[in-house]
Design a protein around this ligand. Structure first.
Ligand SMILES: [Zn+2]
Ligand SMILES: [Zn+2]
Length: 373
């Protein structure tokens, strides 16, 4: 590391125009102040939200994306109490820590969620990330901007983990895997003997499968067009895996596989027709969770009378309703017990292959790419 009192020299993937590409550039990061921590990145996952922010969702440019970082604390601000240099951390989403939802253990519903995570957050004391020419680059994307060799995060979103765990691949526990597993465990509250129909066998859907199995779900059905992903779902404990384009009656097949209907369903696609199937295969009194990013004009594909007569609850879910400081350790306990093999979802790439890894996320070539440094 090259640093002085004021700045740490780093390499970071900078997004300068909508649609990309991300260019790896020399940057300087000012020292952590207040509740900030400087983290040397060891691995960072690629999540669908990185693509959305590269291509469409308005974020201030230039910016460093990346929000599934894992690394080692290098320095801490004067206000940090629970972390010190040398600690291994997984970085999760940012939250204010002060609003009513944060105070009641629901930071994923933080009233400041959008400004704190999508590029509007300011560093303590006006600290900055600067490019080689001395121009400002936006950091703190999801409280981390972890597509770089070093990142500034905050004490509230840096979760300490044990030294014997494979730090390089732990980053996705901070977003994608937390979103799927948290949806099953926290939001839907699945328990022993219950059933879950998961629509979409990508990183979030398969993490929901792992979470549901870890807490004892009886049947988990995965609906996914990609044959390799269906095969993986079955290896990871799915009771059935259906191809939605096979031409059969999908809703009837799911009902048959779950003893008349699933107690819970989870949509990861954001597609109204798929959410319609999720509603139809769920038993009365059941809940359909929704984590997929919908098109701006997409609407719920059911009438109010449908919902009333079926008595199905629709449940939009952000970040798996997780408090990362509690839920990441919980997932790691399941992992140690052999009940949560999330490592099966991961494909490693070098940091300089970042655009390739984003492409693989987009085209389905990898379920969960992780960039290693
Ligand atoms: Zn808050
Ligand atoms: Zn994410």
């Amino acid at each position: 590391m090259c640093s002085n009192h004021d700045f740490t020299a780093a390499r970071a993937a900078v997004l300068r125009k909508v649609g990309g590409p991300l260019e790896i550039e020399d940057v300087r990061i000012s020292a952590p102040k207040g509740d900030e921590v400087l983290v040397r990145m060891v691995g960072v996952g690629v999540c669908h939200t990185d693509l959305v922010c590269r291509d469409a969702f308005p974020v201030p440019l230039p910016i460093v994306l990346g929000h599934e970082g894992a690394g080692i604390v290098e320095a801490v601000g004067e206000g940090v109490r629970s972390l010190e240099p040398g600690d291994r951390v997984v970085l999760s989403f940012n939250s204010c820590g002060r609003c009513g939802n944060c105070g009641s253990g629901h930071p994923s519903n933080c009233l400041q969620m959008l400004p704190l995570n999508f590029g509007g957050a300011q560093r303590v004391d006006g600290g900055r990330m600067l490019d080689a020419a001395g121009n400002a680059v936006q950091g703190l994307f999801f409280g981390q901007s972890s597509f770089g060799t070093y990142a500034i995060a905050r004490e509230i979103n840096a979760v300490k983990v044990a030294e014997d765990l494979p730090l390089e691949i732990l980053g996705p526990l901070g977003c994608g895997i937390q979103t799927g597993a948290g949806a099953a465990i926290n939001s839907l509250g699945i328990g022993p003997g219950q059933s879950l129909a998961v629509f979409g066998g990508g990183g979030v859907g398969l993490s929901a499968l792992l979470g549901a199995r870890a807490v004892g779900a009886a049947q988990v059905v995965v609906v996914e067009p990609n044959a390799a992903r269906r095969a993986l779902a079955l290896e990871l404990g799915a009771s059935h895996a259906f191809d939605p384009f096979a031409g059969d009656d999908l809703v009837a097949a799911i009902r048959a596989a779950t003893g008349g209907g699933a107690t819970h369903a989870l949509d990861t696609t954001g597609l109204p027709s798929v959410i319609g199937n999720a509603i139809d295969c769920t038993l009365p009194g059941g809940t359909v969770g929704m984590v997929g990013m919908p098109a701006p004009d997409a609407a719920v594909p059911a009438t109010l009378l449908d919902l009333l007569t079926k008595s199905v609850t629709l449940r939009p879910i952000t970040e798996g309703d997780a408090d990362p400081q509690a839920f990441i350790p919980q997932m790691l306990r399941f992992y140690r017990e052999g009940k949560f093999p999330f490592d099966r979802l991961i494909t490693r790439y070098r940091f300089d292959q970042i655009n390739e890894a984003l492409h693989a996320t987009e085209k389905g070539g990898a379920i969960k790419p992780v960039l290693v440094f």
